[in-house]
Design a protein. Structure first.
Length: 282
């Protein structure tokens, strides 16, 4: 189970320590909010920093530092008291960020906008109520974790310009651009497809070039890695495209060139004029 999934699972667990070390967990706060026990916080969204709260923030602040709260922009949250060394990076890619005073100030500003949208009937009662409950729980945790003065200062200072909230990362978003092929044959004309080949494959064809060309093999038959259709369709791709995974070249004849793979299986690459595909050797 990865760290994110493990953290999700921790939400369903109520961990108890000794009476002297009772933690203020986010999930406990959320349960109290949903049960109507934190109405003072829930009702104070217009200015939650000045609203009364029954969360035991001061007495339990030291214990709350044992855990970390990760919050998404829709105010979904999860808490862990055993973050991994790369927990921040993992959570950022899942659209969550470790709650700190600056992120709290950003979320509070977004909640104010949500309240205004609700007042204009642009946000349904159900949607706003869900955000309100989530924000109230997060606010209670933040009070216990950072203290009211720190949060008040963060809100007063405002969110820095250019602040970017977390977003869900998809592999294609940061996919490196395809490298420019080192070997391209032919270089002229507009061929829609190019099959990447390794320098090792080119070197192996170079080794038998002087033997193959007198036997009737053209440069295209040996080196072409561009075609009208995606490899291996079309019959235009040369020998170099078929030398994969450490394969080596065996016998060279006028009709075919032998390819020997790592399992010592022998294949024959036929010249194009024979109109024959690669076939297993006898």
């Amino acid at each position: 189970m990865n760290a994110f999934a493990k953290g999700r699972a921790e939400q369903g667990l109520h961990r108890k320590s000794s009476q002297e070390e009772r933690s203020v967990s986010w999930i406990d706060t959320l349960v109290r909010v949903e049960n109507g026990e934190e109405q003072s916080v829930a009702a104070g969204l217009a200015d939650p920093l000045t609203a009364g709260s029954s969360v035991r923030a001061t007495s339990d602040r030291a214990e709350s530092r044992l855990s970390e709260l990760y919050v998404a922009t829709n105010l979904e949250s999860w808490e862990t008291n055993r973050p991994e060394s790369d927990q921040d990076q993992i959570c950022e890619r899942c659209g969550y960020r470790r709650l700190d005073p600056t992120y709290y100030a950003w979320l509070r500003a977004m909640m104010v906008r949500a309240r205004e949208a609700h007042e204009r009937a642009q946000l349904s009662d159900e949607e706003y109520e869900l955000l309100r409950i989530r924000f109230s729980a997060m606010h209670g945790w933040a009070q216990a974790r950072f203290g009211e003065e720190v949060l008040r200062a963060a809100v007063a200072e405002g969110v820095p310009g250019g602040y970017r909230p977390p977003v869900i990362w998809f592999p294609d978003d940061e996919r490196e651009p395809a490298p420019v092929p080192q070997h391209v044959y032919p270089t002229e004309s507009d061929w829609p497809f190019t099959e990447p080949v390794t320098p090792d494959a080119v070197a192996k064809v170079d080794e038998i070039r002087e033997q193959a060309q007198p036997a009737g093999w053209s440069e295209a038959a040996l080196y072409q890695n561009r075609g009208r259709y995606r490899f291996p369709v079309g019959g235009e791709y040369g020998l170099v495209c078929f030398l994969h995974s450490g394969a080596r070249i065996g016998e060279v004849t006028k009709q075919w060139i032998e390819i020997i793979n790592l399992r010592d299986t022998r294949l024959r690459f036929y010249r194009r004029r024979a109109s024959m595909p690669i076939a297993r050797g006898a």
